[in-house]
Design a protein around this ligand. Structure first.
Ligand SMILES: Cc1cc2nc3c(=O)[nH]c(=O)nc-3n(C[C@H](O)[C@H](O)[C@H](O)COP(=O)(O)O)c2cc1C
Length: 124
């Protein structure tokens, strides 16, 4: 649970540096189930879902974009892990997940945009 933010699924708007509410509700059990029933995800304060909108990289990197988006997701997750340490929080990277189930939760189509990776964050 995060104080001051209603439970739900949010999109992070990079340009505005703001959270856009996509779906209100408690999705903890659904997220854990979509990640091969990794139960600790249902106890995390927040789970970051890193997706790629492939066209945003493909216009520049062509086929290599598929390599770049995964590298980039790793960099982003690493920065969250470092921030977690600085804040005294625990984090865990999650790649064991059912792409289709996570995409459905997020409301992305799995083609133009798809889940790559997740990071769970919370108090130890
Ligand atoms: C690419 C990648 C995917 C991972 N996926 C999972 C996962 O699905 N579930 C999990 O419990 N840990 C996952 N981990 C975390 C590792 O199992 C391991 O706990 C972590 O890398 C070591 O962190 P620590 O040094 O804090 O123990 C993943 C790590 C990486 C680098």
């Amino acid at each position: 649970m995060v104080e001051g933010i209603e439970a739900g699924i949010y999109h992070y708007g990079v340009r505005e540096h703001e959270l856009d509410l996509l779906r209100t509700g408690d999705f903890r059990a659904a997220v854990a189930e979509a990640a091969l029933d990794q139960g600790f995800l249902a106890e995390a304060a927040v789970v970051f879902a890193w997706t790629a909108v492939f066209a945003r990289s493909k216009w520049k990197y062509k086929e290599r974009a598929y390599r770049y988006v995964y590298l980039d997701a790793g960099h982003i997750a690493q920065n969250v892990a470092l921030a977690a340490v600085a804040l005294g929080l625990g984090s865990c990277q999650i790649a064991a997940l059912y792409d289709d189930e996570v995409d459905a939760l997020l409301g992305v189509d799995g083609k133009e945009e798809s889940i790559l990776y997740m990071t769970a964050l919370g108090r130890r």
